[in-house]
Design a binder for this molecule. Structure first.
Ligand code: SAH
Length: 220
């Protein structure tokens, strides 16, 4: 009986502690972000996604393993968004496995997330239930249009890259709000921080290079 549920729990807890140590070594300093990452059982999202991939053919263009945000990228993005402020009402575009949404939910009570692939969203729901994250509001929708019914958002975080920031999403950023967008360039992607300073006043800051899957149009 040594391989019981508590055994699995212990292993995952230890693995998470190691992951957090690695994130510290990689330069992540924000303690709330590190605590949030330590809290979320990533194996619930990763294993489910990898297991699911075995049952899918290539009809889903994104291999499921590609859809789970890397802990470093989640941590880094949250650290940037949390600088000098709270996240407030947050919209994530690209739910994928639900992992990043679960981390977000440790940092703010109001998380909305949209995903264009229904099959992924169904799995994300299951993962989030398994991780006991019931407050996140999910919607099957094309994130290029944001989530008008819940706008405005204090924070918007894109989990997929594109050549232009979707206009509709910009409009749904609250004044004083911050948004992170992986901008697709000629041969690299750059993380773009957009702050809305006034009704028609936005500032843009180019940060580090990143790698995200493409933001695609329409739902399936
Ligand atoms: N945050 C996720 C990672 C998602 S990868 C996680 O932690 O697992 C990017 C996701 O964005 C994919 O699931 C992809 O289907 C989704 N996506 C791409 N274009 C989209 C769009 N226009 N609207 C909503 N979701 C989109």
């Amino acid at each position: 009986m040594s391989q019981g549920i508590s055994g699995v729990g212990m292993t995952s807890q230890r693995t998470r502690a190691r992951m957090v140590k690695r994130l510290r070594d990689q330069g992540i300093r924000n303690e709330s972000v590190l605590a949030a990452i330590e809290t979320v059982p990533r194996h619930v999202f990763v294993e489910e996604a990898l297991a699911s991939r075995a049952y899918e053919d290539t009809a889903l263009p994104l291999g499921y393993s590609q859809t789970i945000s890397q802990p470093y990228s989640v941590a880094r993005m949250l650290e940037i968004l949390l600088e000098g402020r709270a996240l407030g009402k947050t919209l994530e575009i690209g739910t994928g496995s639900g992992y990043q949404a679960a981390v977000l939910a440790q940092l703010t009570p109001e998380v909305f997330s949209v995903e264009r692939i229904d099959a992924l969203l169904i799995k994300a729901k299951r993962n989030l239930r398994a991780a006991r994250q019931s407050r996140i509001r999910l919607k099957h929708a094309d994130g290029q249009f944001g989530l008008p019914e819940a706008a405005p958002f204090d924070t918007i975080i894109f989990a997929a890259a594109a050549r232009n920031v979707p206009e509709k999403v910009l409009q749904q950023l609250a004044i004083g709000g911050k948004m992170l967008f992986p901008l697709e360039g000629e041969n690299r992607q750059t993380l773009l921080l957009i702050e809305r300073c006034g009704e028609k006043n936005y500032t843009e800051t180019r940060l580090e290079n990143v790698r995200f899957v493409p933001l695609l149009a329409g739902i399936e």
